[in-house]
Design a protein around this ligand. Structure first.
Ligand SMILES: *Cc1c(COP(=O)(O)O)cnc(C)c1O
Length: 394
């Protein structure tokens, strides 16, 4: 007889999912009601308002796609890319490569701007490519590259796109809730995010928003959007205004209770305060890691506070370290991806996982584990350095 599944207790400090707050888990355990129940529709409207608050936008088309961040990505490209459209795709990590894949599958022509993994998207290279072609339709880039821990200058890239008359598609899966993100002020046209990173809601939902300009391109399409499920013009019959909602698909009712609660918590804290919290705990973690003798692998001016790439010291058996953190401390940190596999650890400080308790546990567990492995790290200094950051912040 197979028994009920009880997950082990974990502390999640990898690239997502992050720890889900007990308030959010409790919300998800409330009774399931119909997805067309008037009470549920009222909650959907609140989710939309809360997402508009978190994304800093008045876009009426702001809603959660009932599928993970990857589906939000696909929703942006499948609606906006028409066959033959030229799209500049910036790649400085894993996720830019997936954008290229999306553009090409929907018949677009991807013009790549490639930057070394661990560096930011080069605004100058994008400008040079826009100078060469006068028929670019879309600029697509990742704001916060979770695979490397790098933040690109979304504001400058969006301004550039405006100057050259093209739309923007922005991956904000890891940026939303962790660092400044301004949809309306920066003039972002289409954006997708995720729930399991800095929002600390359950995985499997993807907030998206489309500007009037983006919707106008969708409205002028002469061929059918090649996806039924992700066609925004159809989904809005369910997520649109008013009480008249038509069945499109069955919403993930309980997961949306969870997202609603996570967004309520973000609003209670205040989005700017959430950005500041991520910056503070990042400083404490960084000072602790450096006091131990470890090195951050990304340059200080482009580092993401919510995703810390740390160089693995010579001779350290990195998979063993992660295994021991998980077994002995219940602590999950991330491995390097692609070009950075075996070279870095990725330590997440996202949403509910961005607290002093998380920082201190991680420093203590990592220090002890490295010392047990015979690595050359300073003992007892990390916690002192981190505590000094907190004392200074008072
Ligand atoms: C996690 C992530 C995604 C994919 O989200 P899923 O929910 O795993 O599909 C896309 N882009 C970035 C930058 C991410 O960090």
């Amino acid at each position: 007889m197979i028994k009920s599944f009880h997950p082990p207790l974990r502390t999640l400090m990898g690239p997502g999912p992050s720890d889900v707050h007990p308030r959010v888990l409790a919300a998800m355990a409330r009774p399931t009601i119909g997805h067309l129940d008037p009470a549920f529709i009222g909650m959907m409207d609140e989710i939309k308002q809360l997402l508009q608050y978190a994304l800093r936008t008045d876009n009426p088309l702001t809603m959660p796609v009932s599928a993970p961040g990857s589906a939000g990505m696909e929703a942006c490209f499948v609606n906006l890319v028409e066959p033959g459209d030229k799209v500049i795709v910036c790649q400085n990590g894993v996720f830019g490569g997936r954008m290229k894949e999306n553009v090409e599958r929907f018949g677009g022509v991807a013009l790549m701007v490639e930057d070394v993994w661990g560096t930011a998207v080069s605004v100058d290279k994008v400008r040079a490519l826009m100078e060469q072609h006068d028929d670019i339709k879309i600029l697509a880039f990742v704001h916060a590259e979770t695979s490397t821990g790098v933040c690109s200058d979304a504001q400058a890239l969006c301004r550039l796109a405006r100057d050259y008359g093209c739309l923007t598609v922005v991956d904000a899966v890891t940026s939303l809730g962790g660092i400044q993100l301004e949809v309306d002020q920066w003039g972002i046209d289409a954006l997708y995010s995720g729930t399991q990173k800095c929002l600390s809601a359950p995985p499997g939902i993807s907030p998206v928003t489309f500007s009037e300009r983006a919707l106008s391109k969708v409205g002028k399409r002469t061929n059918r959007i090649p996806s039924w499920f992700l066609d925004k013009t159809l989904v809005m019959g369910y997520w649109g205004e008013g009480q008249q909602r038509a069945y499109h698909h069955t919403a993930p009712v309980n997961a949306l209770y969870g997202l609603h609660e996570a967004l309520v918590m973000l609003q209670e804290e205040g989005i700017e305060n959430a950005w500041q919290r991520h910056a503070l705990h990042h400083q404490a973690l960084r000072d602790g890691l450096e006091a131990m003798g470890l090195k951050m692998s990304v340059a200080a001016d482009i580092r993401l506070p919510q995703l810390n790439s740390v160089s693995i010291p010579e001779g350290v058996r990195e998979a063993e370290v992660r295994g021991h953190l998980l077994d002995a401390y219940g602590l999950e940190i991330g491995a390097g991806l692609g070009a950075l596999a075996g070279k870095v650890w990725r330590i997440g400080l996202m949403g509910t996982s961005c607290t002093r308790r998380h920082v201190m546990l991680c420093l203590d567990a990592l220090e002890n584990t490295l010392i047990e492995q015979g690595a050359d790290v300073a003992s007892g200094r990390a916690a002192v350095a981190a505590a000094a950051v907190y004392a200074g912040a008072k």
